[in-house]
Structures are given as structure tokens and as C-alpha cells.
Design a protein around this ligand. Structure first.
Ligand code: SAM
Length: 209
């Protein structure tokens, strides 16, 4: 168990060594008046804590290049920058998430490069420059399964070494995992749990070439 740390302000919490804000925090309330994420990028989703826990147990080397796909507020991106000193790019289709990413990055004293893009449009070359690709709760519609599978394929073709996706266990995610398992890749699908900020369970899909 981590040491108990008193946080001197309301609506800030800590998980896996990073600080996060609830939607009641005054900065978030202010941002909400100006920027309204429209594809669910409106909080740190619970799957992001599964991703953090998994990476803590299966860490990348310090300083590697990491790209978070469908970053939202970027909890996974900020965690990798903070914990592994990773050089992180955070990708989202919805430009309205980036002010939140900026606040969470600043709160944790890290820099994360934002990239406004549909991850389905990223080339093999762009994806393959990254050592590790991560995502949490990014496969929630049927229409996302095939394009996301193609992203995994392009990333591995391009030279990426690991692709890790966390999910609460949606049917769409299992369909993606099934498709990956049919390829000649090293694929693991594991039930996982996280204990911070509170206990949560889900699944981790890891794909390696
Ligand atoms: C459920 S949220 C998860 C956010 C973050 N990963 C987390 O765990 O807190 C899904 C995010 O994926 C983004 N997204 C959905 N489809 C996308 C696409 N095709 N390309 C890039 N981002 C996408 C949404 O804008 C949203 O921010």
C-alpha cells in the first residue's frame, strides 16, 4: 500500500504516482465552459488505471517513445511520462480534450506532445516510430473494431514493439482481441485489476510482433 498522502485541495486525487482531477475541480469546471469533448473524452476512465497497473508490472525501459491512442485527458500518457520518463505523444480525434491533457500534464510536471488526429489515419511509418503504443477504453463501438485492428497491424509492420490496450471487457474489445489472436503475433489477453484510486477490474490485451 502506498504511503498516505494528504492532498491540500479538494477534487484532486492520486493514482499510480500521478495526480488527477475530478470533474468538480475548479479548473475542470472552468474548462468545461469552453471545451466540450464529444466522444467520451470527459474524464480519466477506469481502464486507464488497469493500464497503469499493468505497465507497472510490465514496464518499458526508461526514456522510450510511447504513443497513447484516444488519449482523452491522457492519464496513460502522463503516467508513462512521469513514471518511465517516456517521450510521449498523445493522439485524439477530438481537439477539445487537449486543454484537459495540458492541465493534467502540468499538474504532474511532465510534457506530453498532443496530436489531433484520427488514429485510423496514422501511417505505418508514424506508428512504427513508437516503441510502445497504448490505449485505454478505445474500442467501444462495433465500427471501431476493424480500423483498430488495422492500426495494430500497421504499427507492428512499421516496427513498433508493443501494443497494450486496456478495457473494462466490452464485446467489441473481445472481438478485437480475437482478431489479433488469429494472426501470427505474440498476443496475450489477461484479466487484470487495479487498486488505485479504487479497485477496478477489466482486461489487458498485449500484442507483440
Ligand atoms: C472512452 S474515452 C477514453 C479516454 C482515455 N483513454 C481514458 O482512458 O481516460 C475514448 C477517447 O478516444 C477518442 N477517440 C475515439 N475514436 C478515436 C479515433 N478514431 N481516433 C482518435 N481518437 C479517438 C475519443 O475522442 C476519446 O477521447
Amino acid at each position: 500500500m502506498p504511503e498516505l498522502e494528504r492532498i491540500p485541495e479538494e477534487h484532486i486525487y492520486r493514482a499510480y504516482g500521478i495526480y488527477l482531477l475530478t470533474s468538480q475541480h475548479r479548473l475542470i469546471r472552468r474548462l468545461k465552459r469552453l471545451y466540450e469533448p464529444s466522444i467520451h473524452g470527459n474524464k480519466a476512465w477506469r481502464s486507464s488505471f488497469l493500464l497503469m497497473d499493468y505497465l507497472l508490472h510490465n514496464p518499458p525501459q526508461r526514456g522510450v517513445r510511447v504513443m497513447e491512442l484516444g488519449c482523452g485527458w491522457g492519464p496513460g500518457a502522463v503516467f508513462c511520462a512521469r513514471r518511465f520518463k517516456a517521450r510521449v505523444t498523445a493522439v485524439d480525434l477530438d481537439g477539445n480534450v487537449f486543454p484537459y491533457l495540458e492541465v493534467i500534464s502540468a499538474l504532474n510536471d511532465v510534457k506530453v506532445a498532443p496530436l489531433e488526429s484520427n488514429f485510423n489515419n496514422l501511417s505505418a511509418q508514424c506508428l512504427g516510430r513508437e516503441h510502445l503504443l497504448i490505449g485505454s477504453d478505445i474500442c467501444f463501438w462495433d465500427s471501431m473494431i476493424k480500423p483498430l485492428f488495422d492500426v495494430v497491424e500497421r504499427a507492428l509492420e512499421g516496427g513498433a514493439k508493443r501494443f497494450v490496450i486496456a478495457d473494462p471487457g466490452r464485446p467489441t474489445f473481445y472481438e478485437l482481441a480475437d482478431r489479433c489472436q488469429k494472426q501470427n503475433w505474440r498476443v496475450t489477453l489477461r484479466e487484470w485489476y487495479a487498486v488505485e484510486p479504487s479497485r477496478t477490474t477489466g482486461e489487458i490485451l498485449e500484442v507483440r510482433p
